[in-house]
Design a protein around this ligand. Structure first.
Ligand code: GDP
Length: 366
């Protein structure tokens, strides 16, 4: 499964957030299935209003959300790129994730140690960014040395092209920018694919604010929002302490009461997970039967057989066709039968590009 990794300086609230994630995952797991979770990997349900709506309409025996993985990557400190602390190990963990959740401390609390002096969201962000960029610069320069000769002397067109891309990467990193924002084409990316660059991943920020500011934000979260505007990255303002408390509660009634007290309509964690899912560039389709209403994760641009393969590889191998109802049509007519009667059930073939929200039923040979 695709993973989003939580990074940030020490004492900003990462493990508090991760605990909230894994506690809520455990609560979910007891309902219908196990999830094997490593100490620092949590498998979480992706909250989706559409799944609730379909459940209301179909009234199935069970409802199964789709999931994604969240990884806690602790231990990133200033100097990590030079191997300080366990720097290299943590940077290695970042290589494996597909998107980054960067937690930034936006709360004041003299009881929570802070090495960098007064609260400063932008300089905190820069410390982490710089470590990642330095490490990438090292990888890029190493590869440049390898291909330089071939690019210079030979007639090796591939090496020439690679060297050109690497040079652009180097210049970009030296300006203090991450590779993701360089906007390399798919073709250009092959030149750096083997480097698994740390800054070539989409990022979202969590502004971890104090309890009192969770609905309004505070001056620190505002500084962060203004500071990252140019990146086009999303900033989620939330209070990780509160989220951890909600996730710890076992009874849904207690949860509900607690949230009402804090004037919350849902845990902020839900917002975070939905945004992280979007960041991974994923879509969801549904299957809706009386046994089970279920959400399935696919990548944008997948065709029907590939989407069917998420359920079972036999569905992909033996794919014949798919019956498809768009989500809005399903809701408008209220059932599969009614959608069919109104001509809204389409029969699609192997080339069909599955759309986010499609309700699918596959026909296949065994
Ligand atoms: P990490 O080092 O980034 O994993 O940080 P932790 O999650 O361990 O948090 C460090 C300390 O900050 C803990 O004592 C938390 O209780 C505290 N903390 C985390 N979030 C908040 C918050 O929103 N407000 C306040 N006041 N303290 C928080």
């Amino acid at each position: 499964a695709l993973q989003a990794g939580i990074v940030g300086l020490p004492n900003v609230g990462k493990s508090t957030l991760f605990n909230a994630v894994s506690n809520s995952a455990k609560a979910q797991a007891s309902n219908y299935r196990f999830c094997t979770i490593e100490p620092n990997v949590g498998l979480v349900d992706v909250p989706d209003e559409r799944l609730n709506k379909l459940t209301e309409l179909v009234v199935p025996n069970r409802t199964v959300p789709t999931q994604m993985e969240i990884v806690d990557i602790a231990g990133l400190v200033k100097g990590a790129s030079k191997g300080e602390g366990l720097g290299n190990k943590f940077l290695g963990n970042i290589r494996e994730v597909d998107a980054i959740i960067h937690v930034i401390r936006c709360f004041e609390d003299e009881n929570v140690l802070r090495e960098e002096g007064a609260i400063n969201p932008l300089s905190d962000k820069e410390i982490i960014d710089t470590e990642l960029q330095l490490k990438d610069l090292e990888s890029v320069e190493k590869k440049m040395q390898r291909v330089e000769k071939m690019a210079r002397v030979g007639t090796d067109a591939k090496a020439k092209a690679e060297f050109e891309v690497l040079t652009r990467c180097k210049e970009h990193l030296e300006k203090g920018k991450g590779i993701f924002s360089l906007g390399l084409s798919k073709e250009e990316k092959t030149a750096v694919a083997d480097l698994f660059l740390l800054t070539d991943k989409p990022v979202l920020y969590v502004a971890n604010v104090d309890e009192a500011s969770m609905h309004t934000g505070n001056k620190f979260s505002q500084i962060l929002i203004d500071g990252v505007k140019g990146e086009g990255a999303e900033v989620i303002v939330m209070c990780n302490n509160i989220e951890a408390q909600i996730a710890e509660m076992e009874s849904p009634d207690d949860k509900q009461m607690f949230m009402e007290e804090y004037k919350m309509t849902e845990p902020a964690l839900n917002r975070l997970i939905r945004s992280a899912y979007k960041l991974l560039n994923l879509d969801t389709y549904f299957t809706a039967g009386v046994q089970e209403v279920r959400a399935w994760t696919i990548h944008k641009g997948w065709k029907a057989p590939q989407a069917a393969g998420v359920i079972h590889s036999d569905f992909e191998k033996g794919f014949i066709k798919a019956e498809v109802i768009a989500y809005d049509d399903f809701v408008k007519f209220g059932s599969e039968a009614a959608a069919r009667d109104n001509g809204r059930l389409r029969i699609e073939g192997k080339e069909y590009l599955v759309k986010d929200g499609d309700i699918m039923h596959f026909r296949f040979n065994v």
